[in-house]
Design a protein around this ligand. Structure first.
Ligand code: ADP
Ligand code: MG
Length: 383
């Protein structure tokens, strides 16, 4: 049964009223890693895996939330003002709180949640969950917010209610995504542009290392500081740059003596990554998969050697997959030190590639590789 029929039927059985159904996708980021906090560009797309909900006002003094994937429910007669013990419902109540902050009191409601966005795989299941509720509340209770404000609401739920200082990309992508397109998002102005990306006979395949090394958050902070330090040093020389976004390769190289080796490498990566992202947009628009793939490999090389946020497992996957028939290119995706690699693969070769790389990974690390096959999708919508 199609998912909205299944959700509706579940809802009707539970609450004896007809719901409306909404969904919002998980996301990938094609290229543009660690560029967001340097006020550069990112290139996310919605994927064809969604967090879907059936929802209706309850007409009573109670709200009931059902997470079908977890077989859990949560009933309350007041919306909590801050994070409480039921972990997953906090994402929903965080959205309620963000509406309230904007003067919109959400009345009690019933909702059933079902998602096929894998949790913790780097595809942003949490952003999909926040985004679908933000979108649904706005429609059902006619709050009149535009998609950008809904993005801010979903981000606020994660930052302030959940307490996780993520950037805006995940929610932006989940809410704004467009089938057969990537979003070229300027993290400085939040201006964006849809760039056509018809995958045609190709698929995005994600290989999940199933590891998360401890280093991730401390190294993330170090990288941010190194980037700031490069900008500070240029500003001491009379520039007035707010971020690495303003720094060109020529400028970096002509001031080479100002920087430590690490600072130089970090900045070089960020500057080149923004250029690569532009070239990647041109390549996918032309459907030049060979070029797009080689830019992914270059990006990985930069993340591995200049930005130094990769790890043995990620490098192994990229290294071993890139020679296989049907693979255009691959790179680590996300903050680093674990998570997924993103691979651009000819559809007819996907099964073969998955088999080969799973065997190799198991052999090397003793870990069963997880994988996800994705196409692009539209953003938050009623369905
Ligand atoms: P991700 O990288 O996938 O976003 P997070 O740790 O940020 O991982 O968010 C995962 C959390 O989001 C889960 O632990 C759960 O609380 C919530 N969540 C995700 N998917 C679902 C779902 N299908 N049903 C209920 N809660 C979900
Ligand atoms: Mg998340």
């Amino acid at each position: 049964m199609v998912i909205n029929n299944w959700l509706s039927a579940f809802f009707v059985k539970e609450f004896q009223t007809e719901p409306r159904c909404f969904r919002s996708p998980g996301r990938i980021n094609l290229i543009g890693e660690h560029t967001d906090y340097n006020e550069g560009f990112v290139l996310p797309a919605g994927i064809d895996k969604f967090c879907s909900i059936a929802i209706a006002p309850s007409g009573s003094d109670f709200t009931t939330l059902i997470a079908t994937d977890l077989d859990e429910h949560c009933i309350t007669n007041h919306f909590p003002e801050e994070k409480h013990s039921n972990a997953w419902s906090n994402y929903v109540f965080g959205v309620v709180a963000a509406f309230k902050k904007r003067g919109k009191n959400i009345p009690h409601f019933n909702a059933v949640v079902k998602s096929d966005v894998p949790v913790g795989a780097g595809l942003s299941s949490s952003a999909a969950l926040e985004s679908v509720f933000a979108y649904a509340f706005n429609e059902i209770f006619q709050c009149g917010f535009d998609r950008l404000e809904l993005t801010r609401i979903a981000k606020e739920a994660e930052n302030e209610f959940i307490g996780l200082q993520c950037g805006i990309m995940d929610m932006f992508a989940s809410i704004h995504a467009k089938l057969d397109h990537v979003i070229r998002l300027d993290c400085r102005s939040l201006d964006f542009e849809y760039v056509p990306m018809k995958l045609g006979g190709n698929k995005i395949v994600l290989f999940d290392t199933c590891v998360k090394h401890e280093l991730a958050s401390s190294e993330y902070n170090t990288r941010r500081l190194e980037c700031i330090s490069v900008v500070d040093k240029l500003n001491e020389r009379g520039e007035n740059f707010p971020s690495l976004r303003n720094v060109s390769m020529e400028m970096l190289e002509s001031n080479r003596n100002l920087f430590s080796d690490n600072e130089f490498k970090r900045a070089r990566y960020v500057i080149q990554e923004n250029i690569r992202l532009s070239n990647f947009c041109d390549a996918v628009e032309r459907e030049d998969w060979s070029k797009a793939g080689s830019l992914l490999l270059e990006a990985h090389n930069g993340l591995q050697n200049d930005y130094e946020v990769s790890c043995t497992e990620l490098d192994f996957l990229v290294e071993n997959v890139k020679e296989l028939n049907g693979v255009w290119g691959a790179r680590m995706m996300g903050g680093g030190f674990g998570g997924c690699t993103l691979n651009l693969v000819a559809e007819e070769k996907v099964n073969e590639v998955v088999q080969t790389i799973s065997d190799a990974y198991k052999n090397q690390f003793g870990i069963d590789l997880k994988y996800y096959i994705a196409g692009t999708s539209d953003g938050a919508a009623e369905f």
